[in-house]
Design a protein around this ligand. Sequence first.
Ligand SMILES: *Cc1c(COP(=O)(O)O)cnc(C)c1O
Length: 355
Amino acid sequence: MSEAATLQIQVEHTQQSRLSQVDFNNLKFGQILSDHMLVAEYANGQWEDVRIVPYGDISISPSMSALHYGQAIFEGIKAYKFVDGTVSIFRPDKNHERFNKSAARLEMPEVPQEIFIDGLRKLIGLDHSWVPATPGASLYIRPFMFATEAALGVHPSNSYKFIIITGPVGSYYNKPLRVKVETHFTRAADGGVGFSKNAGNYALSLHPTKLAQQEGFDQLIWTDAKEHTYVEEAGTANLLFRVGDTIITPSADTILHGVTRRSIIEIARHWGYQAEERKVSVKELVDGIKDGSVTEAFAAGTAATLTPISEIGYKGQLYTLPDPAKREFSNKVLQYLNDLRYGRIADEFGWNFIV
Ligand SMILES: *Cc1c(COP(=O)(O)O)cnc(C)c1O
């Protein structure tokens, strides 16, 4: 790429690290941000001014198009610290690929590897002391891009900002989830933007999720837009089920194809389980819970890794799954993923990006 020469990353170090103020034994998700952030500007058809600067506020125009027409996408990645202090990022190449797919669908520019991956490595290298060494904790990484053109006309913006911020997060409390199958609202339709990680997909989920929470559920299970017959995904995570020795996961163009979901499927196949990506109807699921053939159900995503589902509400009925503590596959794969990400076992798949 001819741009590479201009993609020198300038670094401005913070004058005052906030690291000593952080209580690493009491980390809440997304509330503490590391000392530095990476920022890049897109204008006149190319990326420029790539820099790592102290984390801080940015100035925006009230007519900035992302605020009005929603060209805004993001990613979620985690970095882990091994016992020997090595810092490793889990499969960021997959997030980079997905980020550019999200960008293309919203008519936004791709972010090249020199910025997304090399920039990320440099940023994490600089803030490596922010990667927690406490058990179960990690550094959450949030790359995002939004349209910055200051004009109210509806058209793809001619300028964009790409930023990566990071922050230490604690071990996610894996309280089993009670989820409700949503049969009225829709998250994504065929031909829409469900597969892209854009801000709007979250905005539209907030109201239906709140209603479900008022009924005592933790989360929703979204279903297909046409008939509300097929299971798609949970609010912020993908769904997987175990039927006999087969792991099944819904597949559709409308779901967000998670890196965690993909990794679990690859591990399952490696271990000799059958793994199927296909349509899964709500009926197949609730019938399977009733007759005992569906023995495990869980949500999978970067933030929570793997969270067991204990109960599923559907059309006023509650379906209860077997005790999460006794679930063989879920517990085994969660342990394996953790061992791999913290460098406690060999990285057979080549998923760890050592910083
Ligand atoms: C990010 C996300 C997921 C999980 O993807 P991972 O790559 O595993 O973190 C699932 N569903 C939605 C809607 C998401 O935004």
